[in-house]
Design a protein around this ligand. Structure first.
Ligand code: ADP
Length: 483
């Protein structure tokens, strides 16, 4: 079933809660009124019994039964007397109204018992009406040291009629009141939701072309304020995400255009004019160089795309960092000496087990070493170092190269950022290496720092937390690091 709109649901809830509250109030009022009427009746009957006691006390203590009977005889002429019975402690009637005698059978037998205080509901009939209801109060009183049992009654007819009328009025009024309550309920829910409708209206205007538009934020710090604030922050994130995707696409296209243009030019020159075998060979070498560069660029782009999508797989193992660093150093020896660089690998003898993805850490070191080789002039030196410092393993790549200007240091980890545009392009850089290295360091919760001075050199360092290993683990490490 399709869920109802919030406005309608709110109105229905309001209506339901109001109806329940109204119903409880009506029922409670009815019961309270009934209770009050009963209390009034009991109070009046209590007063009547007090009158009887006063009359008895007003007589001399030695008054005879007949004298006492005489005192109560005029009760027959008063309305109160219709509902009165007085019995003395010897079982003699002082007074017994006709009506009380008529209903005698519906009431418990009146008999002497001290401290009596009994309330009984009974049914009675009059010559014109039958099935009426009454309330009887029986109490033991004492006068001049003698006990008397007095029973008096009270018709509940008026009270019942009043209660019936009250209930009827409530039933008649209730639908009208509920309807009256439903209208403001609907109006209130409409009013409460109108800011949301306004937000929705504004949100409809936001598209990828107008991501700078923001939702209105209300002055009052209410729920709508928090909603618009949250949505605006979300829009900030979407805008910066879309902007970085756009920049990334534009930069990637720009980076790919250069090698493709070079390949095309090289091939066109080779095709349009007849050339010697050596010249063709030279063209092929140039084309191959550009395709290698392009392949590297595409690989970096793909890796960054995978990291953005969260699908770049990392396989963490406990690894001996010393062993891993030595392996990386060995691979770079030849390439460094070809470019006339003094390359050293320094690894301390302390234990250096780390939990890492060995292939990624290798990649990180390769990026740093590639940069060191690229930006260090011939005759300079490059050092790859692994040391154990304060419970961490510090991996460093230091060079005596051209250095990085201080104002560029904070930006070199951005995608496609190059401190030296021309040199980086000439030397085959893409501006993506350090962005990938930073991502790898972050995945290992490693602190990644750079220090550099123009004309003196640079030092990149990644500090990874060390883990304690047993001799058994060490065998496993060596197995995993034999890459
Ligand atoms: P690139 O492929 O251009 O080297 P990176 O992301 O690896 O891209 O590096 C970003 C920029 O940082 C480089 O263009 C370069 O200007 C600077 N850089 C990185 N490493 C070094 C270094 N060891 N010496 C001097 N400059 C460096």
């Amino acid at each position: 079933m399709k869920p109802l709109p919030i406005r309608l649901r709110l109105s229905l809830w309001y209506f339901a809660v109001f109806s329940c509250a109204g119903l409880v109030l009506c029922v409670a009022s009815w019961f309270l009124l009934r209770q009050s009427l009963k209390t009034i009746a009991l109070y009046e009957m209590g007063e009547r019994i007090d009158d009887v006691r006063n009359i008895l006390n007003a007589q001399p203590p030695d008054a005879t039964l007949d004298t006492l009977r005489k005192q109560f005889s005029d009760y027959t002429t008063r309305d109160d007397g219709k509902w009165l019975q007085i019995l003395d402690q010897n079982g003699n009637w002082l007074f017994r109204s006709e009506r009380m005698q008529a209903i005698q059978s519906t009431l418990p037998l009146l008999r002497q018992s001290p401290n009596q205080n009994q309330i009984v509901e009974f049914k009675y009939s009059t010559p014109r009406h039958s099935g009426r209801s009454g309330l009887a109060l029986t109490r033991t009183i004492s006068a001049h040291g003698r006990l008397y049992t007095v029973r008096t009654g009270f018709s509940q007819t008026t009270a019942l009629v009043l209660l019936q009328m009250f209930a009827r009025d409530l039933i008649l009024l209730a639908p009208g009141l509920l309807l009256l309550a439903a209208i403001p309920g609907y109006w209130m829910s409409r009013k409460a939701l109108s800011p949301i409708a306004e937000l929705a209206q504004r949100a409809r205007q936001i598209s990828t072309e107008s991501l700078d538009v923001r939702l209105p934020v209300s002055e009052t710090r209410d729920e709508i304020y928090h909603l618009s604030e949250t949505l605006n922050k979300m829009l900030d994130r979407i805008e910066s995400g879309v902007r970085s995707i756009r920049d990334f696409t534009a930069n990637a296209a720009h980076e790919l255009r250069t090698p493709i243009a070079l390949i095309r030019a090289e091939v066109e020159v080779a095709l349009f004019s007849p050339r010697s075998t050596n010249e063709y060979r030279e063209s092929c070498v140039n084309v191959q160089k550009e395709t290698v560069r392009m392949t590297g660029l595409i690989e970096s782009l793909l890796m960054l795309a995978r990291t953005d999508a969260g699908v770049e797989p990392l396989r963490f193992n406990i690894v001996d960092a010393a062993h891993l660093v030595r392996q990386v150093g060995n691979k770079w020896n030849a390439s460094m000496s070809q470019t006339d660089l003094d390359f050293r690998t320094e690894v301390s003898d302390l234990p250096m087990s780390v939990l890492c993805d060995p292939l990624s850490i290798q990649r990180l070191l390769n990026i740093l070493l590639e940069n060191a080789r690229r930006y260090t002039p011939a005759g300079g030196s490059v050092t790859l170092r692994a040391t154990s410092v304060n419970g961490s393993v510090l991996l460093e790549v230091c060079d005596t190269g051209i250095g990085i200007p201080e104002e560029c240091l904070s930006r070199i980890f951005e995608r496609f950022y190059r401190a030296d545009q021309v040199r980086s392009r000439e030397l085959g850089g893409s501006g993506l290496g350090l962005a990938i290295a930073k991502w790898i360091a972050d995945q290992h919760k490693a602190t990644f720092t750079v220090e550099s001075q123009i004309g003196v050199g640079s030092r990149f360092a990644a500090s990874i937390e060390r883990v304690a290993t047993t001799s058994l683990d060490r065998d496993a490490e060596l197995a995993t690091t034999s890459l």
